[in-house]
Design a protein around this ligand. Structure first.
Ligand code: NDP
Length: 435
């Protein structure tokens, strides 16, 4: 704590893991006395660099770029890039730390990393975003590679940004390799990668509901965010017969009393991905909806809640409200959206609760499948990738049950995911010695 005391998000993420993993270590001699967790919380490498770029008016801007190479015990570093004004070392270290456990849970050979910049793509022209991405990759390219570190997208980094980043990597290194995932279909991307995190979150929630003989059909679902994860979580929930009532962005949420159907969701995808508009514009088109400025959707009564926007967006009071209104299942699409107080409420009420490192692992798992296809230079069908994604989410669910089930039958998925993720990485670190 003394070394990282100025990094609140990182401390929060480590605390959550330590709480469940330390008692496990204490009971297992092979991990005891090896300072494994102490080694895991220190990044193998933290790279910080200047990104200078020129805007459309000729003015020069300077942003800070980062890549955190957290742990490579079980495979090359793997994890997204985030472009958002709030990005700093604490947020990226929390994300990189979570990523190590998440990647381990996927059963695929991927270490953990994360990176990004405090650059804000909002309000920038395509040319400005391109110049920024090119400047960012000019430095990042010397630290990554298909067998070293394979970045992907995250908040503010979607298909457009991955294209610009990949183009510059290819130009500098003069090689066409699977160095980034989330690529376009015609240049090495995998089918289902755009959908994977949202779909995977719903598949995981489905597995949780099945333990109680329930499913999505006819359920009211509340979703936060309206970006990549939220859009495809909504799509899969609708396909499974649920009624999706809300979506949001950083300005507020929309509530559609008739539900957001496939056609309305298409409008949202066009609005957010092509027109880069605000979710409030939804109510101009659909009169069944209302916009709630500055609010989060947790006040809306629902059966299932899927937080898919950002960290710490669902607090203790929000959790109490959800439980009071009859919510039976919360699966995190975002990374660490629930505060420790919220998680405490969910566990006390014994409702189904999945932490992001388990329920949103479908994105990175499918990135792992994209890496395999790139190495083999083949392209699997949609059904093949979706089938593998479903199997992986079921395997992750089984691992959580294995390590997280209490004597009374209630599954603490936080403990399950933390211990299952820890064991694989710790075993590899022990085998490789003190390095
Ligand atoms: P996008 O950039 O596509 O969308 C982010 C969404 O969250 C937008 O609706 C955005 O609203 C909202 N948001 C961002 N910051 C805030 C904030 N401070 N307060 C309220 N709303 C906010 O990102 P993704 O959908 O890719 O990522 C969402 C979450 O899922 C993140 O936590 C990410 O780490 C996690 N994740 C993503 C994966 C992926 O494959 N993409 C994989 C695993 C996890 P606005 O437009 O107003 O900023």
């Amino acid at each position: 704590r003394s070394r990282n005391g100025h990094e609140p998000e990182f401390i929060q993420a480590v605390h959550e893991v330590a709480e469940t993993v330390i008692p496990y270590i204490a009971k297992h001699d092979i991990y005891n006395g090896k300072n494994i967790l102490l080694r895991m919380v220190e990044p193998e490498r933290l790279i910080s660099f200047r990104v200078s770029w020129v805007d459309d008016d000729g003015e020069i801007h300077v942003n800070r770029g980062y890549r955190i190479q957290m742990n490579s015990a079980i495979g090359p570093y793997k994890g997204g890039l985030r472009f958002h004004p709030t990005v700093n070392a604490s947020i990226l270290k929390f994300l990189a730390f979570e990523q190590v456990f998440k990647n381990s849970l996927t059963t695929l050979p991927m270490g953990g990393g994360k990176g990004g910049s405090d650059f804000d793509p909002k309000g920038k022209s395509d040319d400005e975003v391109m110049r920024f991405c090119h400047a960012f990759m000019t430095e990042l390219c010397r630290h990554i590679g298909p067998n070293t570190d394979v970045p992907a997208g995250d908040i503010g980094v979607g298909a457009r940004e991955i294209g610009f980043l990949f183009g510059m990597y290819k130009k500098i290194r003069n090689e066409f390799t699977g160095v980034l995932t989330g690529k376009g279909r015609s240049w090495g991307g995998s089918l289902i990668r755009p959908e994977a995190t949202g779909y995977g979150t719903v598949y995981f929630a489905q597995s949780m509901l099945q333990t109680q003989g329930k499913d999505f059909s006819g359920k009211n679902v509340v979703i936060s965010g309206s970006g990549n994860v939220a859009q495809y979580a909504a799509e899969k929930a609708i396909q499974l017969g649920a009624k999706v009532l809300t979506l949001s962005d950083s300005q507020g949420y929309i509530f559609d009393k008739d539900g957001i159907d496939t056609e309305k969701l298409e409008f949202v995808m066009d609005l957010k991905n092509n027109k880069r508009g605000r979710i409030s514009e939804y109510v101009d088109k659909y009169k069944s909806a209302t916009f709630h400025k500055g609010a989060t959707p947790w006040e809306v009564a629902c059966d299932i809640a899927l937080p898919c926007a950002t960290q710490n967006e669902l607090g203790g009071d929000d959790a109490k409200e959800l439980i009071k209104n009859g919510c039976i299942c919360v699966a995190e699409g975002a990374n660490m959206p629930s505060t420790p107080e919220a998680i405490h409420e969910f566990h006390t009420a014994k409702i189904l609760f999945a932490p992001g490192k388990a329920s949103n692992a479908g994105g990175v798992a499918t990135s792992g499948l994209e890496m395999s296809q790139n190495s083999l230079r083949i392209s699997w069908t949609r059904e093949e990738v979706d089938g593998r994604l479903k199997d992986i989410m079921e395997d992750i669910h089984d691992s959580c049950i294995q390590y997280g089930k209490d004597e009374d039958g209630y599954c603490n998925y936080v403990r399950g995911a933390n211990i299952a993720g820890f064991v694989k990485v710790a075993d590899a670190m022990l085998a490789q010695g003190v390095i």
